[in-house]
Design a protein around this ligand. Sequence first.
Ligand code: DAH
Length: 339
Amino acid sequence: MKARLEEIKAQALAQIAAADSMEGLNAIRVAVLGKKGELTEVLKSMKDVAPEDRPMVGQIVNETRSAIELELDTKKAQMEKDLREAKMKAEVIDVTLPAKKSELGHRHPNTIALEEVERIFIGMGYEVVEGPEVEKDYYNFEALNIPADHPAKDEQDTFYITGDILLRTQTSGVQVHEMEKGKLPIRMLAPGRVFRSDEVDATHSPSFHQIEGLVIDKNITFADLKGTLAEFAKALFGEQTKVKFRPHHFPFTEPSAEMDVTCFKCGGSGCRFCKGSGWIEILGCGMVHPHVLEMSNIDPEEYTGFAFGVGLERIALLKYEIDDMRLLYENDVRFLKQF
Ligand code: DAH
């Protein structure tokens, strides 16, 4: 039996020395020390040993077990140390590598242009207000003097949600919301997103932005409109800018006009930018139609007003000399960073 124990020990130590993985080492532990292991089998034959020899044999068994356990633990610790070292080596950090750049965002040209327009009008005492993008037919058309069968309704290809609810095609409806509040006088600027069922191209998009302006007070005349918008043009495009008003038609203003500014590229002599004319159209405007005032419970005998509508993208494209509106919607940081 002693010889058998010596044999088990020698064999186990040789196997442990040769083991090259944690799994291998565990298998040896189970095969030798486990419940059905070799050493346990030997213990079962203790009953055949003469009683007086049992303490001695027992001691040898214990010594064998301890020796094997010690060897297993030492080898295990060694293996874990080797693994850790290998891992550390593989994980070496090269501090000389260039760092990843974190890209900063950038304000959109639309935002920059809008903030500039707002700054100009706030300086003239205007309040910036907002209205809903999902709108009732009444506010988008009816209350602006565009009744059901009016051709202007077809001009603005409308996205309808129901027969009566639509995505606003213009910010002009905010005028009505403000007038309905019943607080006079009004000096408001209403920027916002509008929607029209248009195909995307260099100058069109199904969704774009307008800035609406409305002034209502006693004794407001066309001279106030001209003076205000001329000041606006100078503040936006430079002191040398001149304006000109061309008669136009909008259902909710009478008289109505479109305003052109002298081309800020050539100063009015004509260039590629203004298509040779020296002028660039920037907004629609007019005196608020008496019927529009009446529908919102304002007495046109007592109060008058003017309104204007500017395309925000148009201002941004002009100011930053961008020739394709699609660039404004792609949000490529390399493009946006230039402004
Ligand atoms: N709502 C008009 C449009 O979308 C723009 C406009 C023209 C607004 C004249 C006005 C205005 O307030 O007075 O074409």
